[in-house]
Design a protein around this ligand. Structure first.
Ligand code: RP5
Length: 165
């Protein structure tokens, strides 16, 4: 398909999280998306405490021109999976570290999705990588984002010293 100004695919990312307490981790998504010049919106949406807000958001995400959704949650972390259950947009889950189980609970809740409803899962507290993955998704159809991402990777490679000090 050829894209032009009128039918340009969406290049905006949604960053959602189950609680204000997740923001200390999830702000790392914002950090990398800003560096790569990708638009985003950030919201608190809880699968358990605000289920209707979650459903309204997820059902309208495509219409609201989001290309992908990054969802962070901790503990019984149902948010990414529940969002994925009502949209076919790619959902990237960020398991948030927890006090009692160190985030293993969040990780398993997010990555062990049943066949048919996938969630791409990053490492515990891997919000920065979630942003990079969302950028890679947008980079498949947006040349500017693709080139920003490639440049960022080149700079990273150049910054790695050959010898330890
Ligand atoms: C989850 O419960 C949130 O994603 C958060 O990681 C965890 C704890 O939430 P708070 O009790 O700190 O609000 O829904």
């Amino acid at each position: 398909m050829v894209f032009n100004k009128k039918n340009k695919p969406p290049a905006k990312i949604a960053i959602v999280m189950g609680s204000q307490s997740d923001y200390r981790v999830m702000k790392n998504c914002e950090k990398i998306l800003r560096i790569l010049k990708i638009k985003f919106e950030t919201k608190i949406i809880s699968a358990h405490r605000t289920p209707n807000r979650m459903l309204d958001f997820a059902k309208s995400a495509k219409k609201n021109k989001f290309a992908s959704i990054i969802a962070g949650a901790g503990g019984s972390a149902h948010l990414p999976g529940m969002i994925a259950s009502v949209t076919t947009l790619p959902v990237i889950g960020v398991p948030i570290e927890t006090k009692k189980l160190k985030g293993l609970d969040s990780l398993l809740s997010i990555c062990q999705m049943p066949q048919g409803v996938p969630v791409a899962t990053v490492a515990i507290d891997g919000a920065f990588n979630a942003g990079l993955l969302a950028a890679a998704i947008i980079g498949t159809f947006d040349e500017k984002v693709k080139s920003n991402l490639e440049k960022w990777r080149r700079v990273q490679t150049q910054s790695i010293k050959k010898r330890p000090k």
